[in-house]
Each structure stands twice: as C-alpha cells, then as structure tokens.
Write a protein that binds this ligand. Structure first.
Ligand SMILES: Nc1ncnc2c1ncn2[C@@H]1O[C@H](COP(=O)(O)OP(=O)(O)OP(=O)(O)O)[C@@H](O)[C@H]1O
Ligand SMILES: [Mg+2]
Length: 467
C-alpha cells in the first residue's frame, strides 16, 4: 500500500507541533487562555487530524477534507487569543485575516484569494529561513573568502587584465601569508570597523514593497518583465564598515546557495498539506442580499470565499495552490447577525461550531494571574525595569475581577478587555511618576484597589467613559 507520506516527510511538512496530541495542544493553550475548553478541544482535534491524514494511504488521504470550525462568542472572551496561540504552537503556515477587509472580486479592495497568496508568501519566507540556517555555515565560509579578497586584492587582479608578467612564486607566497594574517584578524573581530567599498545592488525592493502592500502583488512580476531597466539589478559601489559589508555579502551568498524553485515548491506543498487560515470577524460579512448598499458586497465576499474553502486552484506567483486541505477556522461575535445569516453553502463548509463562554468573575481573577503573559506579570515586569517592585495581593486581584464583572454587567460587556482598562486606571499614578513614590516596593492590596477605583465604579456615567 502506498502511504501518503513517510514519517520524516510529515515532520518536514507539518514541522514543529505535528506530534502534539490533542491533549498536549490543549495543555499548551491552557497556559495562555483561561477556560473555553470546548473551543480549545475543537481546534486541537482539527490540528491533530492533519497529522493523521498524512499517514493514510494516498487515495484515502486525498478524500479527507478538513473539518473547518466556526468559533462563536461574545467580544473579548479569547477567540483571537486562541488563534494567536495556536499559530505559535504549530509551525504550519498560519495566517489570521479579518473578513471585513475583503471586497468582492471586481470591486476596489482586496479580493478573497489574496489570503491564499499571503499564506504562500509566508510559507516561502518560512522555508527560506529554514534553508538559510542549513546553508549558513557554507555561506559564512564564502563570505570570509570574499571579505579577504576585498581586503587584499588577488595578485594580478589589480592590473589591466593583461597578465603578461605572472607573479613570482615568492610574491605569491608572501601574499598568501598576508592573507592568513588578515584572516586571523578578521576572525578575532579587530577589523569590524575597517571601511570597505562594496558593490551593492541598487535595490528595487522598496518600490516593490509599496506595490505589494497596496494589495497588488501580481504587479511586481509584470513590471519586472516589462521594465527590466527599472527593476534590474544595477549595482553601484558603496563605502561601508566591514561588519555591514559582511551582512550584505551573507545575504548574497545565501541567495546563491538557496534554490528558489525548491523553496517555492516546498512552500506550496506546505500550504496545501498543512496551511491554516483563521478568518476573524466572519460575522461582519454575514447577512444575505437585502437590497442595496454594503450587503450585496458582503454576500459577494461570502460567494468568493466559497470555492476557496471548498477547494480550488488558486494562482500565486509561486505557482498553483490547491486549497482543498487548508484548514479554515472562522470566528465572530455574532452580536447582530447569526451564523444562519451566512449563505447556506458557506455554513455547510464549516461543520464544527463551538461556542465560547461569557467570562465570569472567577475567570477574570484567573486571567489576571494565571496566564504566562498575565497582565499583572506584565505590569510587574514593566515597573521592575525602573527598580520598582510591584506586588499584587490575592484580594486585590479578586476585587479587580469583581469590579470588571460589575462594570461589564452595568455598561457594556467587553469581556476580558475590561481588565485592561481597569488595570490601566489602577496603575495610572504609579506608571506616570514612579520616581516620585516614597517606596521602591509597592504592594497593591484590596484597599488600594478600592481607594483608586471605587469612585469611578460607583459612578455609572464615569465608568462608561473612563473604563
Ligand atoms: N479566556 C481568556 N483567557 C485569557 N485571556 C483572555 C481570555 N479572553 C480574553 N482574554 C484577553 O482579553 C483580550 C481580548 O481577547 P480576544 O482578542 O481574544 O477577544 P475576542 O474574543 O477575539 O473578541 P472580539 O470578538 O472583540 O474580536 C486579550 O488581550 C486576551 O489576552
Ligand atoms: Mg477577535
């Protein structure tokens, strides 16, 4: 039986994270996101299923479609956060896009297919940087030789080229000795500031970048073909320090040693087998054709999305990409619209629905202290840079959590984002002028929290504006 992919190829295609079991994935997410078990579970299973698929017999592997997910939940409860953590966890090509950014094909704006192009671009950069690591030693070696050539031009090179009198054996030997001496100095780092004249390619990079960020990435190929003079590789001499020259040369050597075709091929394969696209704010494009205005274009975006999610060949400047096995995770608050407002075909492409829970006071208390990047830890670290030791007592955190829940209930529920506004207000004084405090150690306890925040909390109008 022909299996789709042997183990080591799977490792290469899916990269780090491929061997994580769903339980391990959830455990990783737990380090950053409090609660939301169902959502974590769903994404963990979806992620694991891609590894499983690649181990199937070839013809079966082709049949297994990814089970796309819609995460539904109010604002500020961790939808985007889960996506962000997931991205760090896997080394699969992963992008997060905002659905509201796209417009229907034919209208001004980004077309939906550009998300595939972006994903490929990212995968290319990934593969390229991996290859750069592989060739680093060789590139470094070549650069050393080239730097030596620059420091000490080869004998006979400096002439007009008519090598009528070849250098004597003696001068050759001396040249060699000088070169080795220079090599020692070079490796010891004592020549780093030595000025060097280097041919640098006048880079057309910046011009191309401007085009790409405007969403016209196809343009740079065309322009290059049409106007080679404009985008050509003209070079001119520039004087720079040796260390700067080394960077330039390193990039050049890496470019020579890395085969772009291989990079493109592997990047496309990686996208096809393991790409993940997280479509945030999908609720913003929900809504059926209801007459005029933006609604029509929204439905158009959904229609454009359909083939991509279902599986199509998208063309990119690196080649065609089959989107059949790309995993899509969509998410939205669905305040105004409901998932059933999406066109039915699209609903069908997202068979898994998970709802995220509204966060409670207990969740807030945990969010304040447990995650690796917890807000309290961030403030402690920030103040530490100025020699202030900040500590929060448990009852202080409980109080902040209670206030957050209260304000959310009374004004608008913005989930854990409320904690950011509360903490900012709470630490306003200390952040503004830490040096004016009498003490280097500050303990923030419940009394401190009450004193600082209770006025704002009690006054409904105030909290609406300030928090
Ligand atoms: N369950 C949670 N655990 C830890 N932190 C959380 C949790 N939920 C939200 N946060 C924090 O609150 C902030 C906002 O969360 P996030 O961006 O995930 O909201 P969201 O669910 O995507 O909301 P929206 O629908 O408005 O996009 C982030 O800084 C995040 O760290
Ligand atoms: Mg979000």
């Amino acid at each position: 039986m022909v299996f789709y992919m042997p183990g080591e190829v799977i490792e290469k295609t899916l990269g780090r994270g491929a061997d994580l079991t769903p339980r391990q994935i959830v455990a990783e997410l737990d380090k950053y996101v409090v609660g939301q078990g169902a959502a974590k579970r769903a994404v963990a299973i979806a992620l694991r299923n891609r590894t499983r698929r690649l181990k199937l017999p070839a013809e079966m592997a082709d049949e297994v479609a990814p089970k796309n997910i819609i995460m539904i939940g109010p604002t500020g409860v961790g939808k985007t956060e889960i996506a962000r953590r997931l991205a760090r966890l896997t080394s699969s090509p992963f992008i997060k896009v905002e659905a509201s950014k796209y417009t229907e094909v034919g209208y001004v704006g980004r077309d939906v297919e550009s998300m595939i192009r972006d994903l490929v671009e990212l995968a290319v950069a990934m593969v390229r940087s991996e290859k750069a690591v592989e060739v680093r030693q060789r590139a470094g070696h070549n650069v050393e030789e080239r730097l030596l050539d620059l420091l000490l031009p080869t004998l006979g090179d400096s002439g007009t080229g008519s090598a009528s009198s070849s250098p004597s054996a003696e001068s050759l030997e001396q040249h060699e000795r000088t070169r080795e001496k220079l090599r020692l100095q070079l490796t010891s780092g004592s020549l780093e500031d030595r000025p060097i004249d280097l041919d640098v390619r006048a880079s057309s990079f910046s011009a191309m970048r401007i085009f790409s960020s405007a969403g016209m990435e196809e343009m740079d190929i065309n322009l290059k073909d049409m106007m080679p003079g404009l985008f050509g590789t003209k070079s001119r001499k520039r004087r720079m320090s040796l260390s700067e020259a080394r960077e330039h040369l390193l990039r050049e050597e890496e470019e020579k040693l890395i085969d772009s075709d291989t990079v493109a091929k592997q990047a496309i394969q990686r996208v096809e087998e393991s790409g993940i696209i997280f479509i945030d704010e999908i609720d913003k494009i929900a809504g059926r054709e209801s007459g005029q205005g933006p609604d029509i274009s929204r439905e158009g975006v959904q229609r454009d999305l359909l083939p991509i999610v279902e599986g199509t060949n998208a063309s990119t400047k690196y080649g065609m990409v089959r989107t059949n096995h790309i995993l899509f995770i969509a998410s939205g608050a669905f305040h105004v619209s409901k998932p059933s407002d999406l066109i039915p075909e699209l609903q069908g492409r997202f068979p898994i629905r998970v709802e995220l829970d509204t966060l409670t006071q207990q969740d807030f208390a945990r969010i304040l202290k447990e995650p690796k990047n917890a807000l309290t830890r961030q403030y402690v670290a920030l103040m530490e840079t100025e020699g202030i030791h900040l500590t929060f007592t448990d009852d202080a955190l409980e109080t902040i959590a209670r206030y957050a829940a209260e304000v959310n209930e009374r004004t608008e529920n913005i989930g854990a984002r409320r904690l950011h506004t509360l903490m900012e207000k709470l630490l306003d004084e200390i952040s503004f002028a830490p040096n004016e405090l009498d003490e280097n150690s500050i303990v923030i306890d419940a009394t401190h929290v009450q004193r600082t925040l209770s006025d704002v909390i009690r006054d409904q109008d105030l909290s609406r504006y300030i928090l």
